[in-house]
Design a protein around this ligand. Structure first.
Ligand SMILES: Cc1ncc(COP(=O)(O)O)c(C=O)c1O
Length: 443
């Protein structure tokens, strides 16, 4: 679409004094007049179009673990729920019933993919809320029976779990943070040894968001099940990449977030197996069968269902496509750049994840140079209190600091191409050499 700006020059325009400028493409569609031939919504959206950041344009986007582009088919499926079927699904009249029917269909689709009953799905605002609800909900229930329940999680969880566990610890809950091996994996034997009589929940992530390592969830869940302890998995990074059959996994709670599988941001779900005891954390109305108050976002629920259905159908193709791109980048980087390490498991890793540590390079500097070249990736370190700290995941895996501080995550998606990977692999050796020589000069 052309992005040049043109003034409205229509001779009969009632708003001749206006300064609204049109994208050429919009003016062509609406006949050239700034307002007469169209609706105010176009004027409003054009304000947002002014931001150069809105369009990724020619960016090579390799940060799909952070978020994914919304699938146009998902947007299309959601639109009627703003324009036409915008009733409150709790209302009893026709508009409400239509919205309810759409919500029920969306929930049924999600349940079919997860192999569960629709009532076992609670819609949330995303992965963070689902994780919070799982941990806080089960712990709150356990507290009714045990003064100091015990929670088991792993040291490499997303902060949505880790910081929630830490907050619960401050509230008097006992927490064990399971160690991981050098690949970031939790051992079922270690889990068995960590369980205590007061353990009320085990929460171990399906696939790690930084290094892509896939945990043996079915085995871990079986250990917990044998002791009648509910097992939660954060499967936010697994959707569209790994099977989500909750029975095959043997999990009792599972978190998902739609924006990780080409759905809208701001919606997710928590699966809770029937019989699992947990206390709702958002109180108010009786929505979500009294489990999570608040008027449901029907459009987003529909969007999430369409996105997950499409991700499931596309999963084999997406996995094959992404693993080719991932392997090619890893292969070229290892062949052409010395002192590089692949973080995470060599084979039991997400098909779209290449997590690479470049010794002697500051990850943020490399990110900035890549960004200047139109490449979006993510760092495995963060600036904390003025100094650069390696990520908690790499630290728990024992990745040596020179590599941990120089770690970048490249995560691929269906729209990435082989040419894009070649461009990134062509560029990286030069950037790494430049940063390493700068680092040497500064010593
Ligand atoms: C593993 C994992 N859990 C939870 C979340 C939080 O999800 P949301 O952004 O939907 O709150 C993320 C997001 O990056 C994630 O990767």
């Amino acid at each position: 679409m052309a992005h040049s700006r043109v003034r409205c020059h229509r001779s009969r325009c009632r708003f001749r004094a206006c300064t609204v400028q049109w994208r050429q493409a919009d003016r062509d569609v609406y006949g050239g007049c700034c307002r007469e031939n169209t609706e105010s919504v176009n004027i409003v959206t054009s304000q947002f179009d002014d931001s150069p950041e809105m369009s990724l344009g020619t960016t090579i986007y390799l940060d799909h673990a952070a978020t994914t582009p919304t699938d146009p088919a998902v947007i299309e499926a959601m639109l009627p729920f703003w324009h036409e079927t915008w009733g409150n699904p709790s209302s009893l009249y026709a508009a409400g019933r239509q919205a309810r029917a759409a919500l029920d269909r969306a929930r049924a689709t999600l349940a079919e993919i997860l192999h569960c009953h629709p009532r076992e799905i609670t819609l949330t605002s995303g992965g963070s809320e689902s994780d919070n609800l799982a941990l806080r909900g089960v712990v709150a229930e356990a507290r009714r029976a045990t003064p100091q329940p015990h929670l088991i999680t792993s040291a490499v969880e997303h902060h949505a779990v880790l910081h929630t566990a830490m907050a619960l610890e401050k509230e008097g809950i006992d927490v064990t943070y399971m160690p991981v091996d050098a690949y970031g994996m939790v051992s079922p034997n270690d889990l068995a040894a960590a369980i205590r009589p007061e353990t009320c929940l085990v929460s171990i992530m399906d696939a790690n968001n930084e290094v892509g390592t896939i945990n043996p969830i079915a085995e871990l869940a079986a250990v917990a099940r044998a002791r009648h302890i509910p097992f939660h998995t954060d499967a936010v990074q697994a959707a569209g990449a790994l099977p989500l059959d909750v029975d095959a996994l043997g999990v009792d709670l599972l978190s998902l977030s739609a924006h990780k599988f080409n759905g809208p941001k701001g919606i997710g779900l928590l699966y809770t197996r029937r019989g699992t005891r947990w206390t709702p954390q958002i109180t108010g109305g009786g929505q979500e069968t009294n489990r999570r108050a608040g008027t449901e976002n029907v459009a987003y629920a529909v969007g999430m269902a369409v996105a997950l259905a499409r991700a499931e159908v596309e999963r084999p193709r997406a996995v094959a496509h992404c693993s080719v791109l991932r392997n090619r980048l890893i292969e070229r980087v290892r062949a052409e750049i010395p002192d590089v390490r692949l973080n995470g498991h060599p084979t039991r890793r997400l098909a779209n994840n290449a997590n690479l540590g470049f010794a002697g390079v500051e990850a943020e500097s490399l990110l900035i140079l890549l960004d200047a070249e139109g490449i979006a990736a993510s760092a495995g370190s963060a600036c904390a209190s003025g100094s650069i700290e390696p990520s908690h995941v790499l630290t728990a895996m024992g990745v040596p600091e020179p590599y941990a501080l120089g770690t970048l995550r490249f995560s691929f998606g269906a729209e990435n191409t082989a040419d894009e990977v070649e461009s990134v692999a062509d560029l990286l050796p030069r950037l790494v050499v430049r940063l390493r020589s700068l680092a040497t000069l500064m010593v």
